[in-house]
Design a protein around this ligand. Structure first.
Ligand code: ZN
Length: 496
């Protein structure tokens, strides 16, 4: 048995090593690589990805799983077996030619989508979208599911979360957020975001962002900060977790809050137990838990009054002159402005989840077969008007805005809203156990970072998302924490 365990762990080591190389190439392509390198580099990526796929679905892997399942006691090996088997089954259940056709469709669709978005041409993208939906419906049927077909897709991003659960939680949040939004709009104290304008050189923004990352406990000896068009964090291994950011010299919020957001993702990856290295468990457990970590730092910490009490004077030393005259109160209110908008990634904390619910409802209908892809633009626009009170003039700023569907990623969007809810639950629990406000006011985040590491980060993928949530907070998914947090916050800022 020991020999088979070694053989199995070697296969995982090989697979994760290729994975690390793929990650590094992907990081390079998105940050530093010269334009002309792209074609070759894509070929290399394809070859390496094929290699990973071969290992995951190899006979050697199947044999190891069959021999070891039920016969090992090491908890890490048991979890690795679960992961490996799930990956194996997922691919094995799809006929090879269908899988190949799907991969080709994915890469074509992404470039088609970006053209369609640029030219506001939904009709040009529609045939691709229809095929992607069809493939995902078929795959869900191959994989199998209980209840709604969409559950099979949700499982890929947030195992344990189902349509049945989301359909309980989302309507409740929607009702509460819509009411809160109404009160915010009518409130006497309206923040003035124009006070945040001013030329803020890139170098100064980088210096401030780096300082905050350091204070959060991000280890620059095991990471770096670079510039990209679309910011991201990538964990190559626990000792190499990189973040990127985007600069807008006329609006510091993009880089500052963006860097803190990605820093939250990175802290998760930097603090996974080294015992899990070279296994598929050495990463965040789900999209939703990952997002809870980035949102916790971005919103619950870095958009709090306590945070700016400490950091505003430091910020002013980097900021343009006009910030010297700007009071902390006006600044704090301005960075927390609520404004229903068309674009998800620009949404504030209050309206963000409404954007997600629209996508969730449309995806669910597409996958169930209750709606045709051609009806998406009108359904999208109607829902935007109903939920947020704004209506897109073009599909580019409507249904075409997100990349997800063009890559076939149906079932992904709910993770973002789950991340908000998880973050609020973790935040409430943390406050029961440690003095968060004091730490934030003093700008010493060590106690917070350690709490997150101990409760969440170190486990990597050893625990499922709802398992972590329940173990840490003592209860399952509960939207009340998020609603209470938002209500308290906006009552204070908008004075109602
Ligand atoms: Zn994120």
């Amino acid at each position: 048995m020991k020999e088979t365990v070694n053989e199995f762990m070697d296969l995982l080591r090989e697979q994760t090593s290729y994975g690390e190389a793929i990650g590094l190439i992907a990081w390079d392509m998105r940050t530093k690589a010269p334009k002309k390198a792209m074609d070759n580099r894509s070929e290399v990526l394809g070859v390496l990805a094929q290699k990973v796929h071969e290992i995951q679905t190899s006979e050697a892997m199947r044999n190891c799983i069959d021999k070891l399942k039920g016969n090992v006691s090491d908890p890490v090996v048991i979890k690795c077996l679960e992961e490996a088997e799930e990956t194996y089954n997922k691919t094995a259940k799809i006929p090879k030619d269908e899988y190949r056709a799907y991969v080709t469709l994915q890469s074509k669709s992404e470039s088609k989508w970006s053209e369609a978005k640029a030219q506001n041409d939904f009709a040009g993208f529609l045939p691709y979208l229809e095929k992607l939906v069809e493939f995902n419906r078929t795959f869900a049927d191959y994989w199998g599911y209980n209840g709604h077909r969409y559950n099979a897709l949700l499982h890929n991003y947030e195992p344990g979360v189902t349509v049945e659960l989301l359909d309980q939680v989302f309507p409740k949040i929607r009702k509460a957020l819509t009411e809160l939004l109404g009160r915010v709009k009518e409130a006497p104290a309206q923040p003035d975001p124009s006070v945040l304008k001013g030329h803020f050189p890139k170098g100064q923004q980088t210096a401030f962002s780096k300082e905050i990352l350091k204070r959060m406990g991000y280890d620059f000896d095991a990471g770096r900060l670079d510039e990209t068009v679309h910011p991201f964090a990538i964990g190559l291994n626990v000792n190499d977790v990189r973040v990127t950011t985007k600069y807008d010299e006329s609006d510091f919020r993009t880089a500052v809050f963006g860097t803190i957001h990605e820093g939250g993702h990175a802290l998760y990856e930097q603090n996974i137990s080294e015992d899990l290295s070279f296994t598929p468990l050495a990463t965040g457990t789900s999209m939703g838990i990952h997002e809870s970590q980035s949102l916790f730092w971005e919103n619950f910490i870095a958009r709090s009054e306590q945070f700016w009490e400490n950091h505003y004077p430091l910020f002013q030393t980097y900021a343009p002159d006009n910030f010297r005259e700007l009071s902390l109160n006006s600044f704090f209110a301005a960075v927390n402005e609520v404004k229903p908008s068309l674009i998800r990634i620009e949404a504030d904390e209050l309206t963000y989840c409404l954007h997600i619910m629209i996508r969730y409802e449309l995806e669910k209908a597409l996958i169930a077969g209750d709606m045709d892809a051609k009806d998406l633009p009108s359904r999208w626009n109607d829902k935007m008007e109903e939920y947020l009170g704004v209506r897109p003039d073009t599909d580019a700023e409507g249904v075409l805005q997100d990349i997800h569907w063009s890559g076939g990623d149906f079932g992904y969007f709910p993770s973002y809203a789950l991340g908000y809810m998880y973050a609020a639950q973790f935040d409430a629990q943390m406050r029961e156990e440690i003095d968060v406000d004091k730490a934030v006011r003093e700008g010493d985040f060590r106690i917070i970072k350690e709490w997150l590491k101990e409760k969440i980060h170190r486990h990597g993928k050893m625990k499922k998302p709802l398992e972590i949530l329940t173990e840490v907070t003592g209860e399952g998914l509960n939207p009340d924490y998020l609603l209470r947090y938002l209500e308290t916050k906006y009552k204070h800022i908008y004075q109602f």
